[in-house]
Write a protein that binds this ligand. Structure first.
Ligand SMILES: [Zn+2]
Length: 267
């Protein structure tokens, strides 16, 4: 059930059907090589949520595309929002979801650049009392079960506009893939310009630019719609299982309330 497609009249009934669970798809608008649309992550996040909600009913929040993507601001089309505003926007979105009666919010992230942000955001939930719980899901978690029927990937290096994302977009929006723009070269391989530091576990903000200045990692020419379908189905299956567990979870909310009560007077 997509939030924006419901009427105000049927919204309360939809909350009941969703058992109070809202999926919050996070993505961004950024370059995806020469051949995929700027909204690649948005389309993938939307497909994952819609498919999971079809398996295990949940209300899907409108695509939240204003997230962490400062590292693509040097290439055309990127929408890079200020860091502080991203956190405030996320917090505000969650409060609005909860105010509307959905007290279990499951973040579904479709953009790798948000990986650290969403786990930090989960920690910030302890800053002040609230009557809802934020869960951070990982749709690809323990995929083995589904992957018996999943895709067999042909490339070793992947991660951005490569085989996987190209396959997913070929499955959901083939009209947006510019296959003729794919180039038979090694542009999608990491340049390794900060390899010496990275190999020693040293992290820094410029690393993605150092490796992938054109925002391409992998080889999209190996993409295929059938692989994309299999991958999306497998991830949606994993996500639906997590949604079921979130519905069954009463402990997180109870512990959170207990914790906030204790923070008022630490013992
Ligand atoms: Zn992407």
């Amino acid at each position: 059930m997509r939030w924006e497609e419901l009427t105000g009249d049927i919204f309360p009934k939809a909350i009941e059907e969703a058992e109070g669970v809202c999926l919050l798809p996070l993505s961004c608008i950024e370059r995806h090589g020469h051949h995929l649309p700027l909204g690649t992550d948005m389309y993938i996040g939307r497909a994952l949520c819609d498919r999971a909600a079809a398996l295990e009913p949940a209300i899907v929040f409108p695509d939240l595309v204003f997230t962490q993507i400062l590292e693509a601001r040097h290439v055309p089309g990127c929408i890079g929002i200020e860091p502080e505003l991203i956190l405030r926007l996320l917090e505000n979105a969650c409060r609005e979801i909860a105010r509307n009666g959905l007290k279990k919010i499951a973040i579904v992230n479709a953009h790798g650049g948000n990986d650290d942000l969403i786990h930090y955001f989960a920690r910030t939930q302890l800053a002040s009392p609230r009557d809802y719980v934020v869960y951070v899901t990982d749709p690809s978690y323990k995929l083995e079960r589904e992957l018996e029927n999943g895709p067999r990937w042909d490339t070793k290096v992947d991660g951005h506009a490569g085989e996987c994302e190209t396959s997913a977009i070929l499955a959901v929006r083939p009209d947006l893939v510019r296959a003729e723009a794919l180039r038979p070269d090694e542009e999608g391989l990491p340049l390794g310009r900060l390899k010496a530091l990275r190999d020693l576990g040293v992290d820094l903000g410029i690393w993605w630019y150092a490796d992938h200045p054109t925002h391409y990692r992998g080889d999209g020419s190996f993409g295929g719609a059938e692989k994309g379908e299999l991958w999306l189905s497998a991830c949606a299956g994993a996500l639906a299982r997590a949604v079921r567990a979130i519905k069954d979870d009463g402990e997180s909310g109870r512990l959170q309330a207990e914790f906030f009560a204790k923070t008022r007077r630490p013992e």
